[in-house]
Design a binder for this molecule. Structure first.
Ligand code: FMN
Length: 203
């Protein structure tokens, strides 16, 4: 009698364990999908901050390549390049590049370059710079990052592609030159990469 009861209890526990595991697995799957969708939406919002949705008609998420150039793209890891096309013609490339010399390490950027070499836009999508000192690179904190739009490798010239403290044309922030210096350098290097690999990135 006792053994029968123990077997019944054991089976009941087993059933609960299976149901519990199934619920956990389903919840995990649904959460994973929701997180992935949220991340995609945030990325798309950021991409559309550097290229107008009207300027391309392809799916940016799927039209990508991975490229590597430690010196010019700021990381030894592969960098994703999003390719924008209109009527199948190349319009803009967007590099998910890194400015490695931030005050607190890597600053993640989106650098969008039009086929004529002008910048469609630059945005910071991740950083650990100091609030109140180095975070003026965020579009929500100041318009500093929007000033890159329309510039190119030759406008201003090479000398101008520095912060004012270093003899260039870009403002630094009060008491915080390291952060803007890192971004100016990274954007310039990204354009050099594009100039050298323009044919490859749209292949
Ligand atoms: C706690 C602390 C945090 C700092 N954070 C930053 C920062 O995020 N970005 C930055 O450029 N400088 C930061 N600085 C200042 C730099 O150490 C450096 O002094 C400054 O960038 C040089 O700029 P300046 O030549 O305009 O003084 C920080 C300094 C301290 C003490």
């Amino acid at each position: 009698m006792i053994i029968k009861r123990m077997v019944q209890m054991g089976m009941l526990l087993g059933v609960f364990a299976v149901i519990g595991t199934a619920i956990l697995a389903i919840t995990h799957e649904q959460t994973k999908e929701r997180i992935a969708e949220n991340e995609r939406n945030v990325l798309l919002r950021n991409l559309h901050a550097v290229i107008s949705p009207d300027n391309h008609d392809n799916e940016l998420f799927t039209d990508t390549i991975e490229v590597t150039d430690t010196n010019l793209l700021g990381t030894k890891k592969a960098v994703t390049v999003y390719r924008a096309r209109l009527d199948a013609k190349p319009v803009t490339v967007i590099f998910a590049a890194i400015a490695p010399d931030g005050y607190n390490g890597n600053i993640k950027l989106l650098v969008a370059i039009n086929m004529d070499g002008t910048l469609s836009g630059v945005r910071v999508i991740g950083h650990r710079e100091t609030p109140g000192l180095g975070d003026y690179i965020e579009e929500t904190r100041s318009d500093w990052i929007t000033k890159f739009t329309g510039l190119s490798l030759h406008n201003p010239d090479k000398k101008g592609w520095h912060v004012k403290r270093d003899g260039g044309e870009f403002d630094q922030f009060t008491g915080a030159t390291i952060t803007p210096r890192a971004i100016v350098k990274a954007v310039y290097n990204c354009m050099i990469y594009f100039e050298q690999h323009q044919q490859d990135v749209f292949r």
